[in-house]
Design a protein around this ligand. Structure first.
Ligand SMILES: *Cc1c(COP(=O)(O)O)cnc(C)c1O
Length: 223
């Protein structure tokens, strides 16, 4: 087993005050999660509903779970009873479904809007334009069981640090635009979730408040 505790301490040591760590534990067994837990880590991220459910049932109840992957609307009901934050909301339809299922559970679920900035072809994430459109539409304002806490993005998976930096900078600038225009008086809108194992030091330079690190802590995933 990777020295999870030591790796975790190293990553935490790299993070300035105000940057939270979401330990991405997908595809890693409970004993790895418990090693990080014993070191004090309480926030973990998963991307598959069934795997997450099994972990929630068997691990300590004070863990805060983030859903970081693409979430299908028909799966929302399964995670609504316990999920703390859904990090990758990229449609009004998904936002409304989370609101509906959170209401059924008498909860408020925190969410981030996922941006698509990377050059890679992916179906997921909102372009800046689509994100403005969603917010201009205003329907989100009436949803009382979701709280939009900020933005999330994944930079292109490339070696070119300048490209990563430029994508993260444009996400940070876009955060400022959205904050000013729609969330000026809403202190809850404060999160900028970017940075993974290979690029979290760059993310920290680019005003990330929340890094999502898996491999550097837990080792390579066995799929
Ligand atoms: C898997 C994943 C991560 C963590 O990736 P590592 O390279 O293992 O740190 C972060 N964010 C998202 C959305 C992921 O799916």
């Amino acid at each position: 087993m990777y020295d999870v505790k030591e790796n975790l301490r190293k990553v935490l040591g790299d993070l300035p005050a105000g940057v939270k760590l979401v330990a991405i534990s997908k595809f890693h067994p409970n004993e790895y999660i418990m090693a990080a837990y014993e070191e004090g880590q309480r926030v973990f991220g998963e991307s598959h509903e069934q795997e997450l459910r099994q972990k929630v049932e068997s691990l300590p109840k004070d863990i805060e779970w983030h859903f970081i992957g693409h979430l299908q609307t028909n799966k929302v009901k399964y995670i609504a009873p316990y999920i703390q934050m859904v990090e990758a909301v990229d449609s009004l339809k998904l936002l409304k479904e989370i609101d509906k299922q959170a209401a059924k559970n008498n909860r408020v679920i925190k969410v981030l809007l996922e941006l698509h900035i990377a050059e890679e072809e992916t179906k997921y994430g909102l372009t800046f334009e689509a994100c403005r459109e969603l917010l201009d539409g205003g329907e989100w304002r009436s949803l009382e069981h979701v709280q939009i806490c900020g933005l999330m993005m994944m930079a292109s998976y490339v070696d070119d640090e300048n490209q990563i930096r430029s994508e993260m900078k444009s996400a940070a600038d876009f955060f400022d635009e959205v904050k000013e225009k729609y969330f000026k008086d809403d202190d809850a809108f404060c999160e900028r979730s970017w940075g993974m194992s290979h690029d979290y030091p760059i993310a920290v330079e680019c005003r990330s408040t929340m890094v999502r690190v898996g491999t550097t802590i837990f080792g390579p995933r066995v799929y």
